[in-house]
Design a protein around this ligand. Structure first.
Ligand SMILES: NC(=O)C1=CN([C@@H]2O[C@H](COP(=O)(O)OP(=O)(O)OC[C@H]3O[C@@H](n4cnc5c(N)ncnc54)[C@H](OP(=O)(O)O)[C@@H]3O)[C@@H](O)[C@H]2O)C=CC1
Ligand SMILES: O=C(O)CCC(=O)C(=O)O
Length: 525
């Protein structure tokens, strides 16, 4: 498939008129064809105007039409075939199995949301019938459903070029909710973005939907992204990336005359708690598994296990020996962009320069576009004394914090900022100590897992990929799993509205066959 470097604005494909940029082959630093001229303010305005014009029609599409649209996007992505995989590999440096796996995850995610739309409980349809004879006052007829919030701006993420990008979780959940989407492509993978964007554009046309249901804009700088967040027609934002980027967009959204929510997934170091029983039973095996999780995707996962907490002893020694050996064997890995590689090197150098931090192991050195794995260790009082030690090193580096006892472990957890995940490695004799820490962990993280690591988020109904700030901008939500749709819905109540004027979801005959609650009890169907 030929790439044209065009913005996709509704049904149109238009070359931008602003400064052009090219993708960079991650492994070599070589520029890749074609040029991607940036969108201008007119393109931004047209994309937002089309999205606004599409909104009322798109949000009222019936469940089967909306589900079919999501499935058509999935089919079109698969139809691109190997061109998508090879371009994505070149732009990101990620290996084929990872890109193929991510494509399957992206397609599966779109299909999951098709199922959510068909099943219908996300609408939260509720009916409290009128009680005209209630004393002392009659009760009105009250009906509630959730509607789409409006057009959504999505920022593609650099580190998941398919599953968190143009047709990723933010886009899939926003479209499922009935929100038109305007994507600001991540400049690290414009070719991948164009291919996927065209797959969505094609599905919009084939399904007979309003053209403004989807647009995709490129920009060499930040003005289009900032303009999107500020545009009065945009009602919410989905973002995965740096804390600096996320908070900058939150500030723009909060400063608008009508502020809007920004759902930003940002930084996390994902504490791993190694309990003494587990370490005594299988310290070396945990160490090996940890090294595999730390180095996955060159460590460029927001779920990367960056902080390990453990009590000293032979079990921790076995863990460190096995993890260290595996990391020393690990090859350097190509990182996503020169900027990310530079930021990683600087973060590692900062920790390495800390007088009270020791380096346990390092992987192979690698070339100019690569990152090398590193494992550091420090005592808990050192960690507690320096807030910089809890900053994310976005890459394959972790810090082991030795805690003299569980009180010291608790003190570290109490000091931690919000996180996406916490992993506990346990043997049965560790359960009492783990039970003591669980309430604190629940307050700090979005997902608690046992005997595993947080990398590789399952896209499912019971998944939470979120957490208190700064893991995300809003710890009440998730960006992965079916609950992600909640971010893009809001409730509307209808009081004493005649059946003929009610939306289909709330009409007496229930023409959409939605699951509904009558007086709080599931309706018999
Ligand atoms: N925890 C996590 O999940 C992740 C963390 N990161 C962290 O982010 C760093 C940079 O990676 P990257 O993926 O580029 O993340 P960024 O947050 O820098 O960028 C993500 C997207 O947001 C845009 N953006 C960022 N800041 C602004 C702004 N102030 N105004 C308008 N648009 C903005 C970027 O455009 P532009 O590129 O033009 O700035 C890009 O499209 C990494 O080194 C890592 O530390 C990255 C990915 C995931
Ligand atoms: O671990 C995963 O599967 C997802 C990670 C993620 O969301 C991210 O790195 O941005």
């Amino acid at each position: 498939m030929t790439l044209r470097g065009e913005n996709l604005i509704g049904a149109e494909a238009r070359r931008g008129t602003e400064a052009a940029f090219r993708a960079v082959e991650a492994a070599t630093g070589r520029a890749l064809e074609p040029d991607f001229p940036g969108a201008d303010r007119g393109d931004l305005d047209r994309a937002c105007a089309l999205a606004e014009a599409a909104f009322d029609t798109f949000r009222e599409t019936d469940p089967e039409a909306r589900a079919g649209f999501l499935e058509a996007i999935a089919a079109n992505i698969l139809d691109i075939g190997d061109d998508l995989v090879t371009r994505c590999m070149a732009e990101t440096g990620l290996p084929r199995p990872r890109i193929e796996g991510e494509r399957a995850r992206t397609v599966g995610q779109l299909r999951l949301f098709a199922g959510v739309v068909r099943e219908g409980s996300y609408v939260e349809a509720r009916i409290d019938p009128a009680l005209p004879d209630r004393k002392p006052l009659p009760r009105p007829d009250l009906r509630l459903r959730r509607i789409a919030v409006g057009p959504v701006a999505v920022f593609g993420a650099s580190n998941f070029p398919l599953a968190f990008s143009v047709a990723g979780g933010d886009t899939a959940s926003a479209l499922a909710a009935g929100c038109p989407v305007v994507v600001k492509a991540h400049p690290a993978h414009p070719g991948t973005s164009e291919l996927v964007g065209r797959a969505i554009q094609k599905a919009v046309a084939a399904c007979g939907l309003p053209e403004g249901t989807f647009s995709l804009l490129f920009d060499a700088g930040q003005s289009i992204g900032q303009g999107l967040v500020a545009d009065p027609r945009i009602a919410a934002v989905g973002f995965t990336g740096s804390r600096r980027g996320g908070t900058a967009l939150m500030a723009i959204a909060a400063g608008r005359p009508s502020p809007i929510p920004v759902y930003a997934e940002m930084s996390s170091i994902n504490p791993v708690l190694l309990f003494p029983g587990a370490l005594a039973a299988r310290g070396a095996a945990i160490g090996k598994a940890f090294a595999a999780s730390l180095t996955l995707g060159a460590g460029q996962f927001c779920t990367n296990p960056g902080l390990i907490l453990a009590l000293p002893g032979p079990g921790l020694d076995a863990f460190l020996e096995a993890a260290g050996a595996a990391l020393r064997e690990s090859p350097a890995a190509t990182m996503l962009t020169p900027g990310i590689q530079r930021a990683y090197r600087e973060a590692v150098a900062r920790v390495a320069g800390h007088a009270a931090v020791t380096r346990i192991a390092e992987g192979a050195e690698g070339g100019a576009t690569q990152g090398r794995a590193t494992l550091f260790a420090a005592d808990s009082d050192v960690f507690l004394a320096d807030p910089e030690l809890q900053e994310e090193m976005f890459g394959a580096s972790g810090l082991v914090v030795r805690c003299a006892d569980f009180a010291a472990m608790r003190a570290v957890l109490e000091r931690l900022e919000g996180q996406l995940t916490a992993s506990l490695h346990l043997a049965p004799e560790d359960h009492a100590a783990a039970r003591d820490l669980l309430p604190l962990l629940e307050r700090r993280v979005g997902r608690i897992l046992v005997d595993g690591f947080g990398t590789g988020v399952e896209v499912a109904h019971a998944m939470v990929h979120g957490g208190p700030y700064p893991a995300t901008s809003d710890g009440r939500t998730t960006s992965v799993g079916s609950l992600a749709i909640d971010r893009f819905l809001r409730p509307v109540s209808y009081q004493d509205v005649p059946d003929a004027l009610l939306p289909a979801a709330l009409q007496a005959a229930n023409p959409l066959g939605l699951p509904r609650r009558i007086d709080g009890t599931p309706e018999r169907r």
